[in-house]
Ligand binder design. Sequence first.
Ligand SMILES: NC(=O)c1ccc[n+]([C@@H]2O[C@H](COP(=O)([O-])OP(=O)(O)OC[C@H]3O[C@@H](n4cnc5c(N)ncnc54)[C@H](O)[C@@H]3O)[C@@H](O)[C@H]2O)c1
Length: 372
Amino acid sequence: MPRQPLWLRCEKKEFERRAALTPTTAKKLIDAGFDIYVERDPQRIFDDEEYEKVGCTLVEHNSWPSAPVTTPIIGLKELPASSDPLPHTHIQFAHCYKNQAGWASVLGRFARGGGTLYDLEFLTDESGRRVAAFGYHAGFAGAAAGALALAAQKGGKKLGRLEPYENEAAMVADVKEKLGGSGKGVKALVIGALGRCGRGAVDLLRKVGLDEDDILKWDMAETAKGGPFQEILDVDIFVNCIYLSSPIPPFLTEEFIQAAGPSRRVACVVDVSCDTTNPHNPIPIYSINTTFSEPTVDVLVGGTPANPPLTVVSIDHLPTLLPREASEQFSSDLLPSLLQLPQRDTARVWTDAKKLFQEKLALAVEAESTAQ
Ligand SMILES: NC(=O)c1ccc[n+]([C@@H]2O[C@H](COP(=O)([O-])OP(=O)(O)OC[C@H]3O[C@@H](n4cnc5c(N)ncnc54)[C@H](O)[C@@H]3O)[C@@H](O)[C@H]2O)c1
């Protein structure tokens, strides 16, 4: 059997330190008959040498356009905007299948170049569940941001800029320190606790020292009675991790917060789900996505900041705060599918993704020709 080439490209998105392929998974692929090419990338959390050590071939930064067209290119985030045709096979998140801004021009590049897109968001198992997702570390990092916001607010401050942590242990240590040595005494509620993000949030809260009884874990059964929920007002941190698939009564509203007055305990809401602009957002108490440089937004009640303060963390790329572990988990979940890459013309996970690509491509070609 000829060896299967695979090319890990650099990431061009600012602050993105994660990688779709880690040295650990690269080694497993090499052992299984792959030749792995890795673009040098100072931005990546893994050093170039870590890849070289396991047998990858290092290549120039951003040199994938000159790779042989038969070599699939793997990356994480979208490519910088351009109109250049794409002749290669790309495995990445492209964010162009749900009518996102510019979707047709992204796909148009594949139409003109004859390349194929396998979108990582749409690689699914037999039951339709994604084979690899970043949820766990989104929840983990989100809960950490919530705890940090709480600690800052207790000291009369606003949470300042967040920076990616070298690893999970460093994040846990920092949160514990800011909470005064331990999270003991802090109370939290996680909704969507049985999902990927929810499990990560619960784990962070445990690791920073909250008592098990002080971590309320809700999922479908507990919210079935319909919100808004008094229980959210009675904790320090509320972490929302649900997967919103249909309209539901809101979990929290401005009126509900106002009616509670100063007896309210909740000080920080972390909306990991980030359905910020969704008309059915179950937490309609804020309207923007927050950022690493300004991680919280004040909740306003009657046009003025709520008293006592209540903030929302609504960062939509939380796993970036834990680039190493988030990459390791994602990449190892992706590995079984990558091992089937040489059989991508027959292996279901790849043929399904290609079929979806072809459907979206046809729509994009139609949209572009109508626009002309
Ligand atoms: N902010 C970020 O950086 C980030 C990163 C990754 C994922 N996400 C988002 O987080 C959300 C959750 O992702 P996931 O991978 O954990 O999904 P998941 O499907 O693994 O888990 C969702 C959980 O929510 C529960 N749920 C759904 N509706 C509910 C309701 N009405 N009441 C209570 N529980 C309910 C489900 O039963 C499930 O346990 C998604 O919207 C995803 O896009 C955000």
